[in-house]
Design a protein around this ligand. Structure first.
Ligand code: CMC
Length: 375
């Protein structure tokens, strides 16, 4: 019999409809609920984008005020979550920490047993509000520093930076960070979002789906790439070293982190916007040297392979300039992408079909269990 066709990695296979975002590689564009992401960045806040992704429309003043009030009321690190984090060894990666924290937050949610659509949305918003404290506190405890309580007179991004660095952040830094959060928030059926949808498709709960999604995001082929970009820069050292370094890396068939994309083959639509935010940070911190290596590697790799940077390429050095530890970059991605994940979880629930593909067996043919001598 003819072998059925295999769609390895589900590449190019549409598996469902979504009204949340449109990735269009042909026009190199990304729309959130119809709005081009580069138009949202800088025009509205990350909180407004989160509201848009969940509710389908940008909030009016009253809706925004209500959402901001809710978010600000749920920012503090829960004492049990703090205790659990304190028990985790520093050898555990920050992604292990935020994955564990997400599980504890979800299990301690006041509406944990209510899986109605309204309750699930509130759970999503509580996770969204709680993650910055997890990232900030984990970075601080690794530096031997105390927890910083949130400030409810600051917006999401400003407060995130305040809790991490214990000083009021400057406006340009907040703006650049907010842009990165907007760009990371949603990207259709990427691996972690699909993971969340698979878990949801069994009618499991939102917390389980978010925890699974964090696991999928951790890998260097997905979210882990923003961290890996910094390791690559450290390994290369200087712009002059790019050529020989690339010769060796390509000879070893290494993947160059922060380049390439499953969907975009001619450049990631989010990169120009994030590059502007990086430029803003470079100017703010007066670190033009950062761009030497950045440009050298990008130009050289594009020239040689025709493979373009993805969002993780500019966001890695941006987070480094702001002062985040390299291993916190992917947890920051979690704090943003939880919006997309939970929007998809709710969409999946609303028109659910169990996600259960087929496999084609290519193992040993049917055989007899060997007879054993009775003992
Ligand atoms: N470095 C070197 N070669 C690459 C790279 C890269 N970054 N990306 C693609 N290629 C080559 C690949 O080796 C293959 O070559 P060949 O046909 O000779 O075997 C060809 O390009 C096609 O690549 P592929 O791996 O089959 O494509 P894919 O769609 O499976 O992979 C990807 C997409 C993102 C996994 C891959 O580009 C990659 O590993 N990139 C590095 C990791 C990375 O930056 N990930 C972040 C992804 S985007 C944002 C996010 O999710 O965080």
């Amino acid at each position: 019999a003819a072998q059925p066709e295999i769609y390895k990695g589900l590449a190019g296979v549409p598996v469902d409809y979504t009204a949340i975002s449109k990735v269009d590689p042909a026009s190199n564009s990304l729309l959130y609920r119809g709005y081009p992401v580069q138009d949202l960045a800088g025009a509205v806040t990350f909180e407004e984008v989160a509201y848009l992704l969940w509710h389908g429309e940008l909030p009016d003043d009253e809706q925004l005020a209500e959402f901001e009030q809710f978010e600000r009321a749920h920012r503090a690190l829960d004492h049990v979550v703090k205790k659990v984090i304190d028990e985790l060894p520093l050898t555990a990666h920050p992604m292990d920490v935020i994955r564990t924290a997400a599980s504890v937050i979800a299990a301690r949610d006041p509406e944990v047993a209510d899986d109605s659509a309204d309750a699930e949305l509130r759970k999503a918003k509580r996770l969204f509000a709680a993650f910055p404290a997890v990232v900030a506190y984990d970075q601080r405890r690794r530096r031997g520093l105390e927890l910083v309580e949130p400030r409810d007179d600051l917006g999401y991004s400003a407060n995130f930076l305040f809790m991490t660095f214990d000083e009021a952040p400057e406006l340009e830094v907040v703006d650049a960070f907010d842009v990165s959060m907007i760009l990371y928030a949603e990207h259709s059926f990427n691996a972690s979002t699909f993971t969340a949808r698979v878990i949801t498709s069994t009618l499991s709960d939102l917390g389980s789906a978010v925890v699974g999604a964090i696991g999928a995001l951790k890998g260097p082929l997905h979210g882990g790439a923003n961290e890996a970009v910094m390791h690559t820069f450290a390994e290369i050292g200087t712009a002059e070293a790019v050529g020989p370094w690339l010769d060796a890396a390509l000879a070893e068939k290494r993947k160059i982190m922060g380049f390439g994309h499953r969907v975009y083959k001619h450049g990631d639509s989010r990169v120009p916007t994030m590059k502007l935010a990086l430029d803003q940070l470079v100017a703010h911190y007066d670190r033009p040297d950062v761009l030497d290596l950045y440009d050298a590697l990008a130009n050289e790799f594009i020239a040689r392979k025709g493979i373009y940077p993805n969002l993780d390429y500019p966001s890695g050095p941006a987070y480094n300039l702001i002062g985040f530890d390299t291993d916190q970059f992917t947890p920051i991605f979690v704090a943003s992408r939880v919006v997309g994940w939970t929007a998809h979880i709710m969409e999946q629930r609303a028109s659910n079909a169990l996600i259960r593909p087929l496999s084609v067996y290519d193992g040993v043919e049917r055989r007899e269990v060997p007879a054993r001598e009775p003992v």
